[in-house]
Design a binder for this molecule. Structure first.
Ligand SMILES: [Zn+2]
Length: 208
């Protein structure tokens, strides 16, 4: 019943249609690597190498809404002729994991309050960076993933030109394909249609 307790307040906010609160079929979450075989995954929350120091996911897969994956596929296709590709750090995140993160770092600038939910909980946000296809090396960016400092802000300018250019390339290609970047995290992008997808608390990987 936890799911319904979380969804009912959302109805009050008008984020979902009135009436039935049946969650979307779990099958609407797509395995990103199956859909985009050459995409690279480094799912940090499946390891202790994250800001909580805890393993939060049982497996290291990435899952997103079907239409979000289609957009990412277009991003990957546009990057390939440039010799670049995407590496994903996080994608769909169960609400139960959002609560664990909030317990460790209850700062709404960086971790969404689980009472509202994160766009990751909707399967409509992705954390990623650019890699060189030739050797898999990450392009240098202003900070590592999940660096909660001002240097990670999208509009932070006191950086070498190369870092600004890499950040801009990622932002431009993602924006062109229907994503918008979060101001405090250069690595985080929301599908511009994230409101279409309700919060979802299914296990990862989702049941088929
Ligand atoms: Zn994120």
């Amino acid at each position: 019943m936890k799911f319904h307790r979380l969804i009912v307040p959302l109805l009050g906010l008008g984020l979902m249609g009135a009436g039935c609160v049946t969650p979307l079929a779990p099958a609407d979450l797509v395995d990103v690597q199956q859909a985009i075989p050459d995409i690279v995954l480094d799912i940090r929350y499946a390891t202790t190498n994250n800001f909580t120091g805890q393993v939060l996911y049982p497996t290291a897969g990435a899952y997103l809404r079907r239409s979000v994956v289609a957009k990412l596929k277009a991003v990957q296709a546009e990057l390939a002729p440039l010799g670049y590709g995407l590496k994903i750090f996080d994608a769909y995140r169960p609400l139960s994991v959002q609560r664990q993160m909030w317990a460790v770092y209850p700062d709404p600038d960086y971790v969404a309050d689980p009472r509202k939910g994160s766009r990751h909980n909707r399967g409509a946000a992705v954390d990623l960076t650019l890699i060189r296809l030739a050797d898999g090396a990450e392009l240098p960016m202003p900070t590592p993933f999940d660096d909660f400092t001002e240097r990670a802000h999208r509009h932070f300018t006191d950086l070498p030109a190369g870092l600004r250019a890499n950040r801009a390339l990622l932002e431009q290609v993602m924006t062109r394909h229907g994503f918008s970047g979060l101001s405090t995290e250069w690595w985080h992008f929301d599908d511009v249609n994230w409101r279409d997808y309700p919060l979802l608390d299914v296990r990862v990987p989702p049941p088929r």
